[in-house]
Design a protein around this ligand. Structure first.
Ligand code: SF4
Length: 335
């Protein structure tokens, strides 16, 4: 059930300090739920429980402490999916409150059995979701507003959550965060170590993802979660997977979880990028291009931070060579 306190108050330093230091049963539960949820998020397939709304502020502060982009994305995506599933079980009033909490004013209309909301707000968040149901041109307008079905609204709320979570993380001061979460330091540093070893958990058929660069792992994880990937991320992922030897059919399987998966269009795009239909085998963009498009997720990955690294394929070759020769990579030596 949704909390009574406003969102920004719950994310504040004051509230986090209270959660960390209080001996109440409620704060102890929040601390335990946060640790458990983060631990399970290392492998999202094992996340079986809802950490509840009360844990969200400490989860976000913990992510700021751990500070590993790919882990942050995975946790936010996992929480996002749990939130969506939670919304599907809530009452209409509660869904309206959740929407309001994330800045979306909507009202259920019993005559239409749908929610009425502003098209402007809809278009801010709907562009993050793929599928024709989420395009503004396909909505029904009534007196300057649009009416949306429950399933659509849940997805809009979950995307508003993602935007809010990212904005909250950006505001957390790293020094204050390390100071306030000091009592949890041991567990958080342990999680940080494990997050560095994280692998893509989906089935990649014939290829081994352990040598993939963080950017490609990030795109894979988003594609699997049905997130609308920007064009360049999609292109990078397809061309990279092709160059490491994945079959076109296996590449297409990755996109099957997208809500608007269209076999014909995906097959056309994959065949084009891999040269089956175009005659040109496209290569992934260089790191500098991915960086300037905000699609680099290097964090503190040793290989990505090496001066010589200019291209995601270089990352793969380096890791593969080390792996095949039985030598640990520098990333492994750092552990
Ligand atoms: S440095 Fe290059 S390989 Fe590493 S995450 Fe960024 S874009 Fe990808």
């Amino acid at each position: 059930m949704i909390n009574a306190a406003p969102l920004d108050e719950r994310f504040s330093e004051k509230n986090i300090k209270n959660i960390i230091s209080s001996f109440t049963r409620e704060c102890e539960l929040i601390r335990n739920n946060t640790k458990e949820f983060l631990k399970l998020s290392i492998d999202p397939d094992t996340v079986k429980f809802d950490p509840l709304d009360q844990s969200l502020p400490l989860i976000l502060w913990s992510l700021a402490y751990i500070d590993i982009n790919s882990f942050t994305s995975r946790v936010i995506n996992t929480y996002r999916d749990i939130l969506e599933s939670r919304l599907s079980k809530e009452t209409i009033e509660s869904v309206e409150k959740y929407a309001f909490e994330y800045g979306i004013k909507c009202l259920y209309n019993p005559d239409y059995q749908m929610y009425i909301m502003s098209p402007e707000v809809f278009s801010i968040y709907s562009r993050r979701v793929s599928g024709s149901k989420f395009r503004l041109v396909n909505q029904t307008f009534i007196d300057g507003k649009i009416i949306v079905e429950s399933e659509v609204l849940w997805k809009i709320i979950r995307e508003a959550f993602v935007v809010k979570a990212r904005a909250t993380l950006a505001l957390i001061d790293p020094e204050a965060c390390h100071l306030i979460l000091g009592p949890m330091a041991e567990e958080l540093v342990d999680l940080q170590d494990r997050a560095r070893e994280m692998k893509y958990s989906g089935d990649l058929g014939s290829v081994d993802s352990s040598c993939f660069p963080p950017c490609v792992l990030h795109f894979l994880s988003d594609a699997r979660a049905g997130v609308n990937l920007p064009h360049m991320a999609r292109f990078t992922m397809v061309s990279f997977l092709h160059h490491v030897g994945m079959k076109n059919e296996e590449i297409m399987n990755i996109f099957k979880s997208a809500p608007d998966f269209n076999e014909r269009i995906t097959s056309y795009q994959v065949n084009h990028v891999t040269g089956h239909s175009s005659g040109t085998e496209y290569s992934p963009p260089k790191c500098s291009v991915l960086k300037s498009n905000h699609l680099c997720y290097m964090d503190n990955d040793y290989v990505c931070n090496s001066e010589w690294l200019k291209h995601p394929m270089q990352y793969y070759s380096y890791k593969k060579r080390r792996k095949d020769s039985g030598k640990p990579s520098f990333n492994d030596l750092q552990k």
